[in-house]
Ligand binder design. Sequence first.
Ligand SMILES: CC(C)(COP(=O)(O)OP(=O)(O)OC[C@H]1O[C@@H](n2cnc3c(N)ncnc32)[C@H](O)[C@@H]1OP(=O)(O)O)[C@@H](O)C(=O)NCCC(=O)NCCSC(=O)C[C@H](O)C(=O)O
Ligand SMILES: [Mg+2]
Length: 290
Amino acid sequence: MDSRPFRSVLYIPGSKERALDKARSLACDAIIFDLEDAVAIEEKANARELLAKTLCAADYGPRAKLVRINGFESDWAELDLQVIAQARPEAILLPKVNSAADIEDLAARLDAMPQMAETKIWAMLETPQGVLNAGEIAAAPRMAGFVMGTNDLAKELGCRSRADRLPMQYALQTCLMAARAAGIVAIDGVYNAFKDGEGLRAECEQGRDLGFDGKTLIHPAQLAIANEIFAPDAEAIDLAQRQIAAFDAATAEGQGVAVVDGKIVENLHIVTARQVLSRAEAIKALQGAM
Ligand SMILES: CC(C)(COP(=O)(O)OP(=O)(O)OC[C@H]1O[C@@H](n2cnc3c(N)ncnc32)[C@H](O)[C@@H]1OP(=O)(O)O)[C@@H](O)C(=O)NCCC(=O)NCCSC(=O)C[C@H](O)C(=O)O
Ligand SMILES: [Mg+2]
């Protein structure tokens, strides 16, 4: 799996020059440059050209850069790919993926484009078919990450939007399971009420507790909360360090188990503890490079 942090993944409409410019200084771990739903039909052609030009010229530093193209059922996708290829994007995010065949089709198109030789594929999981086929999609060629499209999914399911996201739990957990089985990144869906920090915090905490790597965001005001919630806090780092120290001491005495804060610590807990520490290090390194 990509070891870079993906705590905050910000959508930027490809048509918005000011937002494209602003993002170069925003504290986001990754950016989704959007040509799909955030761009009006009459803006599609302009957005594609503006985005290609911007990505060729502007420096977004260490932030991961994904381009969400339109789906291949539309009239725009083929041109999106052709024009964006000049910017050699590190990843193409394909919306409304229903099966591995959708990814195989995109991978074959990328294989035929020399500028896209290194380009990864990410998939939006936002249709019932996509969720049911999440396992095969995650394992398809060039796949590197899932992004949950909870707005489209709610529309397809006809479910209600609830603070506890109960109607979404099956889809969230199924996709997360598939991503983990294939060793790819998994990012939670957006929180639409971008001025509601308290609601965003609760939803980030839920996504983090489920196991997601981060959250997709729609406004800069959401960045700080996602960055905080999806990073190991001081308490988690302290616990990881104490678990490793206690386990090392136990091992030196020929024991296979240590006890920290009244709880057993075995080999598998040490794997998690080391992941916590390396995640904290990766975040520090990313922040230092911004
Ligand atoms: C939601 C918005 C339309 C609000 O825009 P606006 O009213 O312009 O916000 P502000 O005036 O508060 O903006 C302040 C400054 O921040 C910049 N800005 C705003 N949004 C972004 C952004 N996303 N990235 C970078 N910079 C941003 C403004 O330019 C202002 O800058 P300055 O003037 O220099 O101070 C708007 O935020 C927006 O368009 N957000 C993105 C919406 C979007 O991308 N939607 C599609 C993705 S969600 C989706 O499709 C989910 C999925 O598919 C599903 O099915 O769930
Ligand atoms: Mg969508």
